[in-house]
Design a protein around this ligand. Structure first.
Ligand code: FE2
Length: 384
């Protein structure tokens, strides 16, 4: 067994109805919260429930709700200014990945000088961050479980993650009740991203025995349960498993990172505002076909975790069968878009490839087989 470290300082609060305990959970960490809330948390009554719980626990708050699907670093800076002006000593994120990443960025930027990009690109290291509490209202990014927050720079179109132990949440509240009204598209996209995180962290060159365990369990749970909630959004038992899978996969990518698909998607998100999971889904089949021969034992285990009966197959046959199993899973939740449908054109390729090979070089290098620029072009081309 290789030597490895494992650490995750987030305190997780799992279970139905737990979001109503946010006041008591937040109380030890601060007196006044900047409450970063997604638009979808308003009509569902989720924001109101969180506000009520905070009020009952004596935690003051200010709501900040200016963000979009690919969070802009300019809005992070604006939010940090609001937090400073309002004297907030705590940041709570309520929403999907965008709200949670905004909350992390604001908590960091509020107490570290200068542009967040200096920290994203490692030119500066921060000293501290405001305490962060995250309440996911979609099951997808796993941001509640790790030290990554992804931002888009509207000047350069770079889309890249701040990876910093200072932005581990103090607490995460994983409440299936918050998922029971999600529209199908918001079940499918983030849900597919859980599978992507689990699968990519599992095959990553940085995987450890511990992260592999998290990844494989997340694959099993999401493969079995996402189709159930896609068919019936009120299936609480299935949601419990989907939300658990999301956090397990979030922990796994914290150890092992993601690989080729995330590396090829981020530039599309940055340049064209492509929805994260849809951009990844569009390139998943060629990514798997290209990669499995470099790690057949891993892809054979993925097939088994996806529910394929691999007992009478050779390792290679089992590995190859994972491609069809994942494609079938994505087809079942209507997540097999083409790049053309997502607004990507051949004229974008040069910029995208250059951005993959510079900004996303590290993520790309996690893949068991690392493509050059020509191969990346071939993958994009084949997915139009
Ligand atoms: Fe992702």
């Amino acid at each position: 067994m290789p030597t490895f470290d494992y650490s995750n300082p987030v305190k997780f609060h799992f279970g139905l109805g737990r979001h109503k305990q946010v006041g008591d959970i937040a109380h030890p960490y601060g007196k006044k919260a900047l409450l970063v809330a997604s638009d979808s948390s308003k009509p569902t009554g989720q924001l109101q429930a969180v506000q009520q719980s905070l009020t009952e626990a004596g935690v003051a708050f200010v709501v900040y709700d200016r963000f979009m699907q690919n969070p802009l670093s300019t809005l992070v800076a604006e939010g940090a200014q609001v937090a400073a002006d309002e004297g907030c000593d705590l940041v709570i994120g309520l929403g999907g990945g965008s709200a949670m990443d905004m909350a992390k960025g604001i908590a960091f930027s509020a107490v570290n000088e200068g542009s967040i990009w200096d920290y994203v690109f490692g030119r500066k290291v921060g000293t501290r961050a405001l305490p962060i509490i995250l309440i996911p209202t979609t099951a997808g990014t796993g941001s509640e479980a790790n030290r990554t927050a992804v931002f888009t720079n509207p000047e350069t179109n770079d889309k890249k993650g701040l990876v910093n132990p200072l932005i581990y949440p103090k607490a995460a509240i994983i409440d299936p009740e918050l998922m029971l009204t999600l529209p199908k598209r918001v079940i499918a996209g983030p849900g597919a991203d859980v599978l992507f995180h689990a699968l990519e962290s599992f095959i990553s060159k940085n995987a450890t025995p511990f992260s592999e365990m998290l990844s494989l369990r997340a694959i099993e749970l999401i493969a079995q349960n996402l189709p159930l909630v896609y068919d019936d959004v009120t299936n609480v038992a299935a949601w419990e498993n989907v939300t658990l899978a999301s956090s397990l996969a979030g922990m796994a990518i914290d150890c092992a990172g993601t690989t080729l698909p995330h590396a090829l998607q981020h530039p599309m998100g940055g340049l064209l505002d492509v929805v994260h999971a849809e951009g990844i889904a569009a390139i998943y089949k060629p990514f798997m076909e290209y990669t499995w021969p470099a790690a057949p034992e891993k892809f054979a285990a993925i097939a088994k975790a996806m529910g394929v009966d691999t007992r009478d197959m050779s390792q290679e046959q089992a590995a190859e069968s994972s491609v069809a199993a994942v494609h079938q899973f994505l087809t079942g939740i209507n997540m097999v878009p083409t790049l053309t449908q997502l607004g990507v054109r051949e004229e974008h390729f040069d910029w995208l490839i250059n951005n993959v090979l510079t900004t996303m070089k590290f993520v790309l290098s996690n893949n068991p087989r690392v493509p050059d620029g020509e191969k990346i072009r071939e993958i994009y081309q084949g997915c139009l």
